[in-house]
Write a protein that binds this ligand. Structure first.
Ligand code: GAR
Length: 219
C-alpha cells in the first residue's frame, strides 16, 4: 500500500478529504503520519479521531528554519513514505528539505498557477476582476508554488463574489482534485519525467490533467 505523509498548518479540510477518499477506497493509499507545525491546528484532532499518528513540531520552538525542517524531515523519513503531501502547510521549506523529497512531494495551491502564487490568491483574483479561478496540484520544487503543474480544476468567479464565497467554491473543488491527482500518481498513470522535464499521462506528453466540474456549487 502506498504510504502518504500529510503536512498541515490549520483546518486540515484537504487532509480530511484525502482521509475520506482512502476510507471510500477511492484513494489507494494509507496516510501513515500527519505533521503539523502548529499545535492548535484543527486538523490534528481530525487525524487523532481517525487514529492516524500525528507529529506536532512547533516551528516557533525551533531555533531557525533549518532546525525545524530537519526535525520534520527526520519524522517523515522514519515512516518511509512514497509521497509527502502538503495540504495547507503554510511554511516556506528550505532547499535542503525540498531536495530531500524531490519528485515525491506535492502541494495544492488555491489558484490556477502560474497565476497568483503565494498568499491571498482569492483576494488578488477578485481585485483583478478575473472570470475564472481555481486550484492547482503541483510538484514541489525550490521555486515557491512554481514546480511542475500536475493537475487543476477551474471554478467560475461570479458577480458579487466575496473572498469567503470564492474560497468556499475553490475549496470544495480542491477536495475532489487532490485525491484524484494523487491516485493518478500512485497508479503511475501520471509521471513526471525529470530528464525530459515533461509530464506524462499514460506514457503520452501532457501539460497537466484537468478535473471537470460535476456538481459545481455557484453559491
Ligand atoms: C487550501 O485552500 C490550500 O489550497 C491552501 O490553504 C488552504 C488549506 O485549507 N494552501 C495554500 O495556500 C498553500 N500555498 P485546509 O487546511 O482546510 O486544507
Amino acid at each position: 500500500m502506498t504510504r502518504l505523509v500529510v503536512l498541515i498548518s490549520g483546518r486540515g479540510s484537504n487532509f480530511c478529504a484525502l482521509a475520506e477518499a482512502v476510507d471510500r477506497h477511492e484513494l489507494n493509499a494509507q496516510i501513515v503520519l500527519v505533521v503539523s507545525n502548529r499545535p492548535e491546528a484543527a486538523g490534528i484532532d481530525e487525524a487523532r479521531k481517525r487514529g492516524i499518528p500525528v507529529a506536532v513540531i512547533d516551528h516557533t520552538a525551533c531555533a531557525d528554519r533549518l532546525e525545524f525542517d530537519r526535525a520534520v524531515a527526520k519524522r517523515i523519513s522514519a515512516v518511509n513514505p512514497e509521497w509527502v503531501v502538503l495540504a495547507g502547510f503554510m511554511r516556506i521549506l528550505s532547499d535542503e528539505f525540498i531536495e530531500k523529497f524531490a519528485g515525491r512531494m506535492v502541494n495544492i495551491h488555491p489558484s490556477l498557477l502560474p497565476a497568483y502564487p503565494g498568499l491571498h490568491s482569492h483576494r488578488r483574483a477578485l481585485a483583478d476582476g478575473v472570470s475564472e479561478h481555481g486550484a492547482t496540484v503541483h510538484l514541489v520544487t525550490t521555486q515557491l508554488d512554481g514546480g511542475p503543474l500536475l493537475g487543476r480544476v477551474r471554478v467560475p468567479v461570479c458577480v458579487g463574489d466575496t473572498e469567503t464565497m470564492l474560497n468556499e467554491r475553490v475549496l470544495q473543488q480542491e477536495h475532489r482534485l487532490y485525491p484524484w491527482v494523487l491516485n493518478l500518481l500512485i497508479e503511475q498513470r501520471l509521471q513526471w519525467d525529470q530528464h525530459a522535464r515533461q509530464l506524462l499521462l499514460d506514457g503520452e506528453p501532457c501539460d497537466g490533467v484537468e478535473l471537470q466540474q460535476t456538481e459545481m456549487n455557484s453559491a
